[in-house]
Design a protein around this ligand. Sequence first.
Ligand code: HEM
Length: 198
Amino acid sequence: MLTILDLSAYLGLGAIGAITLNMLLGMLMAFRYSPYRSWPHHRFNYFRIHNWTGYLALSVSILHPLVLLFNKDPRFRILDLLYPVHSPAQPLYNSIGAIALYLLAFVVVTSYLRIRLGRHLWKSFHFSIYFAAAALFWHSLFTDPGLKNAPVAWFDGGKLFVASCLLLITAISLWRLRHARKNAIHARPIIQQPAASD
Ligand code: HEM
């Protein structure tokens, strides 16, 4: 039978899936990837999918701790979810999850206000998604879904899924960083050296 903890874990895993898709599409936009010029040679508005996966990730991430309120043992109070420092099980990992959730909410809300904030401010806020992702993956990899403080079961299906998402995002982020560095080198003004006869 599906328990409350199972349901919460599935919601957490769903949120990780949505965040992974969202970040991959975001990085493709940063590369100015054109699905028309490149694969699959079709016009489609992946900016919209990027937005919607962001909203989806935030909604599912809110539901994931919320259903814990219905768990019998241990009992979580609303305060244990909003400020999990004294929560009944794994307070450290839960607090890291809460930090991740607040950062994610910040990124989604500031994106909604993007036009009003202006491109420069919005973009500097948007980079917080990398801090959110670090906290998200830390929380997801190290919590015990059974809440028994058991050592991490690395070959459990859930953990393997989270680890593959992390690997994919890390690989594409490094590629993105290299791309940004290359662009910065090409954009740097060339300073003319004075000729020896000057
Ligand atoms: C207030 C914020 C949060 C709290 C209090 C919290 C709490 C918990 C708890 C108690 C567990 C272990 C029990 C279970 O599996 O449900 C857990 C696991 C997990 N959480 Fe969270 N969480 C929070 C935020 C998040 C966020 C924002 C994400 C992802 C976007 C996330 C993803 C996961 C994942 C993937 C697992 C592991 C599931 C597994 O190993 O099968 N959590 N969380």
